[in-house]
Design a protein around this ligand. Sequence first.
Ligand SMILES: [Zn+2]
Ligand SMILES: [Zn+2]
Length: 179
Amino acid sequence: MTQVSSPTHGGGCLCGGVRYEVAGPMRSVVFCHCSLCRVQGSIATVGVARRSLRLIEFESLRSFDSSPVARRWFCGVCGAAIYWDPLGEPFVAIFAGSLDQPTGLDAMAHIYVHEVPDYYCIADDLRQYSGPMHPERSGSRLEELPEDHDLDLADDVEDTAVEIMAEGTAPNRRVGGSA
Ligand SMILES: [Zn+2]
Ligand SMILES: [Zn+2]
């Protein structure tokens, strides 16, 4: 089931140079198997409203423009992946590994399953999508999810299209970045 956790949840990197707080609901975890998330080292992602993410410590926060439409934020000291930023969208996707435990979240789906690495076997019953769920890429989004998923969100996220992210393989993927 899609789940919305209690408001205000902390997270951060390994070294303490990045700390943040999510002051609002979080979506269920989506596992993104795209090559970009895989190489960055975090496939578990959690959609949250952009305005609900508050950076508390960010001295070592760095970014990498992984495509013309998205930026990936990480700690420049310890390398921890922090969040995926679809530029101009009202949501971001936090890399779930950076959230403090327990998160209270469940998992919802796998996306980009056509890019699952050869050593990995998806062995759960979660919904699988071969492509992105981002409307910019596929014209589809949450409507693709099965009807038995409760997609109702709390008021402050409801209209922000927490599409869940899925950057995937942008054709003009850029090599190089800002950090
Ligand atoms: Zn760090
Ligand atoms: Zn991805």
